[in-house]
Design a protein around this ligand. Structure first.
Ligand code: SF4
Length: 1006
């Protein structure tokens, strides 16, 4: 025999070679679990013997199809496509009256029922038998039997055959008598499959012996029992180390901090040793977790050649991600922010001239919130607003910029509405939903690589196949769940081992290629053996009572361990085992699998070695820093800045390499100095920001009040004009945010009181409650169109709360009824939307340091009983926590009452009462939350307020914008500021900085 590979082959290859030698020209059929495994065995055989003659591969099912081919052809039947089998099962389930299973099954339950039914049918348990066996709950037995009967009838009607039917037909046929059937003894067969192989091929079957597993009981599903020890490889003794007669196997064990470091350590070892890639197989105890990590690392390394036996999840590619996100957007009720994220991700093809980010900006600005029916109106409304602003010459933007923005919004609107137009109606046929998903893929998903193209092709194929067979009308949730499962469930790029490539495989597919260097990753005890969950349809006790052919949790666990033992036994060459000793996501330790303890006993010959001995031998886990070649940028940095596991101070070199970090470090150092610096917000003289000298500026009460609250926030908001994202976001338990709720109530106060003024009545809670509720209902209806509530239940709760606030408002009005007559509402000055009779110009406020122009809107002006006496009131709809009866400017944060008193005086004298005097100005809290409180300020003290305003403007003029850190928790700019503002403010107060001292004087004014 010519040996092409330096290492002896596995016993399976050896047995196969012997069969080929004994029957060189006869037709031979090697029965394998999958064709991929078969090809690997044949390649190993070729490598070992140089070739073979007249040998082909078959699976048990393909063999059964051959055996039953005459009858199948005569009946005109075909093998059922998976999509048709799914559709038939759905229909059978839906049409069966059920006593045990729910009317609407989850996809997981249906999958479990499908598996259980297949097991029952392979075990030869017919529906009629299931009902009379009394082995399981009778109601459940009835349900399962009825679903199964209907399922089989539908299959028969469609002339479609599934696996159990094919095996049944094959057993009733006559043997072909062609060639030898070669069956590896490790092939797993049960029930009908076993009976087919044992009876139909018994005269021509040759069992291929494999490397035995010693020390474990053989699972019943194995085709043949292992032969007695004797011709065993060293790795056969994994679970009987004490019996190992000769050389100990070459194996190594290591631990790592997290799975990524484990993978990185493997690749690092291979690169350091210069091991040819196609001599290596990497076996994963947890393929779904580790395969994507290896794929990431191989990409970081510039595309290390690697083949993956089970492929990689398509959900890692843009098209599958986009399709799943599209389906989730529909399922979740069309939340605008979900579509925005999808658009901004770059996974979609946006119209020419636009980018994903620009379309996302249009989406956000349109204030859609959620619900499909709002998209068209909100987007068109946004375009209309932009068109109006284009015509408005008062705006700051240039006409060209506004025109471009409008053009952008229109294009984006057409494109978004096209996507929306693809969405079928609620309870549409599933096929229609799947076709819509396919059109979405064709029209809107970006294909950026050949691999993306393959994913799109696979997705289109699956969508088309499912659409062909399933004609049921389904809910949007069911249809979208199906699309999500499809997008996330398929794998791509699966491949057998290839020349020049590392090969990665799961435990069941591994060890056949005969590669001399093997790594097995993921051997911690949570993964191997891990927990085997019982079947949700039939309990283990029911399965045991029904048939020995039905697997239980215990037998599946035994099977898992035995499969690994068989894999180990057939390996040759150098073996390295590893596990993640620390779970970085959960921040907790992980422990080695019992398999590793066996490995340690095997390599040391110490059959009594315990876990402590194992961990001592394994040594410290491989972490983020390690010697040797760096495999990624972060790895390179960490490898340069550590000394024997300790990280050194690498500040200087890191800052030299990253200039932005260096600037940040400078700012941090400046903020440690005793005096305030520009990095604290003390930017130096800025007279252009002072409305007393720069008369083009118009001040407002709210702006001035913002300064003492936090000068830095003032700077960010009004000087740098940092805009906050303006969007409607779903909060499941909230309809209106505080600002919108306040606007709604202001609208109600205005309309209701204006109506009373028109009818010359005064507010009376007993008389006007219904009328007030009528006005409130009108306003609420308008707001409901603008801001859709997340649910009717939430809406009802908030409406009740608003009604209670209206009651509080009416009571407050009744108490003041004898004194005042509300006369003017929403009197604006210096604002563009000034109402009838209101001054269109800003009012001038005479400060000691010079006059300023001011704008604002007075909520209401009341006429007092005494001649020429008036009061000015502002509604507050939040809490009254920050207002005190004895406050006047409250440290400069309440200046509005003074400015509005002066503005109202000017307004009244010009339009209503030349001798008008404002004798009271203040704040009303007419809501349930505000308790109907009233805070009145004395207009005689207005000069004090003007002096405080003057001091604030002095500080602004001098460029003093230090953060106070008082209300950072509720500040929209907290993400920009970071932490530490409060401590810095305290430190600056202690250092006697003159600017800080002047600010404190303002804050101290009561
Ligand atoms: S986060 Fe704090 S310090 Fe920064 S601007 Fe807001 S309130 Fe001021």
């Amino acid at each position: 025999m010519r040996t092409l590979n330096a290492l002896p082959p596995s016993r399976l290859v050896f047995s196969l070679a012997a069969a080929c030698r004994a029957h060189p020209v006869a037709e031979k059929v090697l029965v394998v679990h999958t064709y991929q495994i078969g090809w690997e065995i044949l390649e190993a055989l070729a490598s070992h013997t140089g070739g073979w003659l007249n040998l082909r591969l078959a699976t048990p099912l393909s063999l059964a199809l051959e055996a039953a081919s005459t009858r199948i052809a005569a009946e005109g039947s075909t093998l059922v496509p998976p999509a048709l089998a799914d559709a038939i099962l759905h229909t059978a389930y839906d049409e069966t009256p059920k006593g045990f299973f729910p009317e609407k099954p989850t996809p997981g339950l249906l999958a479990a029922i499908r598996n259980t039914m297949e097991e029952l049918r392979l075990a030869g348990i017919r529906p009629e038998v299931l009902k009379v066996l009394h082995a399981i709950d009778p109601v459940k037995a009835n349900d399962l039997a009825a679903i199964q009967t209907r399922y089989e009838a539908e299959l028969a009607q469609a002339r479609a055959l599934d696996g159990p039917m094919v095996f049944q037909m094959a057993m009733n046929g006559s043997p072909t008598g062609r060639g030898l059937i070669l069956v590896p003894e490790s092939l797993r067969v049960d029930g009908l499959t076993r009976r087919f192989l044992e009876t139909f091929t018994r005269h021509s079957t040759v069992v291929l012996r494999e490397d035995p597993v010693l020390g474990l009981d053989s699972p019943s599903l194995r085709f043949a029992a292992p032969e007695p020890a004797g011709a065993a490889s060293p790795n056969s003794y994994w679970f009987a180390p004490e019996a190992l007669p000769s050389d100990r196997p070459a194996l190594d064990i290591f631990a790592a901090v997290g799975e990524r470091n484990e993978c990185r350590a493997v690749l690092g070892r291979l690169l350091a040793n210069g091991t040819p890639f196609d001599r290596v197989e990497i076996i994963l105890a947890d393929y779904p977790t580790y395969a994507p990590l290896l794929d990431d690392l191989r990409r970081e390394l510039g595309g290390l050649p690697m083949t993956f036996s089970g492929g990689l999840p398509a959900s890692r590619s843009g098209p599958a991600r986009a399709l799943a996100a599209f389906a989730r957007w529909i399922r979740d009720g069309f939340p605008e922010n979900a579509l925005r994220r999808l658009v901004a991700s770059g996974d979609l093809k946006v119209p020419e001239g636009l980018s994903g980010r620009r379309v996302a900006r249009v989406l956000r600005a349109a204030q859609i919130g959620w619900r499909a029916d709002r998209y068209a109106s909100c987007l068109n409304g946004h375009c209309e607003e932009l068109r109006r602003r284009l015509e408005d010459t008062d705006e700051d933007e240039t006409t060209a910029r506004r025109a471009a923005r409008l053009d952008e919004a229109r294009k984006a609107t057409d494109w978004i509405l096209d996507i929306l137009g693809l969405v079928p109606l609620e309870d549409a046929p599933l096929a229609e939903c799947l076709r819509a998903a396919r059109t979405f893929l064709d029209r809107h998903v970006a294909i950026r690589s050949a691999s993306d193209g393959i994913v799109v092709g696979r997705l289109r194929e699956r969508l088309a196949e499912d659409a062909r067979y399933d004609a049921r009308a389904v809910s949007a949730v069911e249809a979208t769940e199906r699309i999500i499962a499809l997008a996330e469930g398929i794998s791509v790029d699966g491949s057998g081992p290839q020349a020049g490539h590392l090969h990665v495989a799961g435990v069941r597919q591994a060890g056949y290629a005969g590669r001399p260097v093997t790594f097995i990753l993921g051997l911690d005890d949570s993964r191997f053996p891990g927990v085997t969950l019982p079947d949700p349809v039939l309990s283990d006790a029911e399965r045991s009572r029904l048939s020995p052919d039905l697997a239980t949790a215990a037998s599946r666990s035994q099977e898992k361990l035995y499969t690994l033992a068989e894999l180990l036994a057939r390996l040759r060459g150098r073996l390295t085992l590893s596990f993640a000793a620390f779970d970085l996501s959960d921040n907790r330790r992980r422990f080695p699998s019992p398999v590793l303890l066996q490995a340690h006993r095997l390599r040391t010959g110490d059959r009594l070695a315990d876990y402590q001995a194992l961990m001592q031998a394994v040594g410290p886990p491989v972490g983020f820093v390690s010697a040797g070649r760096a495999l990624s940028t972060d790895h390179w940095w960490l490898s340069r800045i550590h000394d024997r596991g300790l990280l050194l101070d690498a500040r200087e070199c890191v800052l030299a390499a990253f200039p932005d970090l260096a600037r940040g470090a400078q700012a941090e150092a400046a903020r440690a100095r005793p005096e305030a610096t520009p990095h604290d917000g003390k930017i130096g003289p800025a007279p252009e920001l002072d409305p007393r000298t720069n008369r083009a500026l118009t001040a407002s009460a709210s702006r001035l009040e913002r300064y003492p609250d936090c000068p830095r926030r003032y700077y960010l908001q009004y000087v740098l004009e940092v805009e906050l994202p303006d969007e409607l976001v779903i909060e499941p338990g909230v309809w209106l945010d505080p600002m919108t709720r306040g606007a709604l109530l202001h609208e109600f106060y205005h309309r209701f009181l204006a109506d009373l003024v028109r009818t010359k009545e005064r507010p009376d809670p007993r008389k006007h409650l219904d009328r007030a509720h009528g006005v409130l209902t009108e306003v609420i209806a308008e707001y409901k169109t603008r801001v859709p509530p997340p649910s009717e239940a939430v809406f009802a709760i908030e409406v009740e709360e608003l009604k209670r606030s209206v009651k509080v408002f009416l009571q407050g009005e009744a108490e003041r009824r004898s004194r005042n007559t509300p006369s003017f509402f929403e009197v604006s000055f210096g604002l563009k939307e000034a109402g009838a009779g209101a001054p269109s110009k800003p009012v001038e406020i005479p400060l000691p340091g010079g006059p300023i122009s001011c704008r604002g809107k007075i909520d209401r002006i009341d006429r007092r009983p005494a001649a020429h006496e008036w009061e000015v009131w502002d509604y507050k709809t939040g809490t009254s926590r920050y207002f005190g009866a004895n406050d006047y400017t409250a440290g400069g944060t309440q200046l509005q009452h003074a400015i509005y008193a002066l503005a109202a005086t000017q307004f009244l004298r010009q339009s209503e009462d030349p001798q008008a005097t404002v004798v009271g100005s203040g704040y009303l809290f007419p809501t349930e939350r505000g308790g109907g409180e009233e805070f009145r300020r004395d207009p005689a003290r207005i000069p004090e307020a003007l002096a405080v305003m003057d001091r604030i403007l002095d500080l602004i003029r001098d460029g003093m914008f230090v953060g106070r850190g008082e209300r950072c928790k509720f500040c929209d700019y907290a993400a920009l500021c970071g932490s530490g503002a409060k401590d810095r403010w305290k430190a600056l107060q202690g250092e006697g900085d003159p600017g800080v001292g002047r600010l404190i004087e303002v804050l101290d004014h009561a």
